[in-house]
Write a new protein. Structure first.
Length: 157
DNA sequence: GCCAACGTTGGC
DNA sequence: GCCAACGTTGGC
């Protein structure tokens, strides 16, 4: 049985459509320890709700699937990358990525305002004030509630 | 563009 | 190990 997660992205940088356009994507650039630790807990087959931030309105837009468990984020070693971390070494990497693949676009996106009203989400870090975590766990109830709001069915393999 | 929330850094 | 300063996130 999969676990459920939510990951944020700024669609101007990398959108769900960008994810759909390729077979898989490296979820690079996470530079928050708590978010990183959640990624390290992910397993192949886990389902990830993709959330667009910094747009009007912010909200959930699609479902992705973890296709490769956590490994060191290559961008931390690349001085040319905006995600470069001079304190990271090959022996002691700081940051991790997972690979994800688009699974299904929501029939309609679900705005943050709607998510805040969903009882199943009331305990989620997503809707708490001042939440800045870009990777966070979702309960199965929360995940299913969002799919219901979006009137989206997803095949459970 | 503003600003509240919150994570990180670094002096002590 | 504390905490002030600073930087970033992200909704509005």
């Amino acid at each position: 049985m999969p676990n459920y997660w939510l990951m944020k992205t700024e669609p101007d940088e990398f959108s769900f459509a960008d994810l759909e356009a390729r077979a898989r994507a490296v979820w690079e650039g996470v530079r928050n320890y708590q978010a990183r630790n959640f990624m390290r807990e992910m397993a192949v087959g886990d389902l990830v709700l993709i959330y667009h931030s910094q747009v009007k309105p912010p909200g959930a837009v699609g479902v992705a699937e973890v296709v490769e468990e956590a490994y060191p984020d290559p961008t931390q070693f690349d001085p040319e990358s905006s995600y470069y971390d001079p304190k990271a070494t090959a022996e002691e990497p700081r940051w991790s990525v997972v690979d994800v693949a688009a699974r299904q676009r929501l029939t309609r996106s679900v705005s943050l305002a709607e998510l805040k009203q969903a009882p199943a989400l009331s305990d989620s870090r997503l809707v708490r004030q001042g939440n800045r975590l870009s990777v966070l766990p979702l309960s199965e109830d929360a995940f299913r509630a969002i799919l219901t709001i979006a009137e989206t069915d997803i095949d459970v393999a």
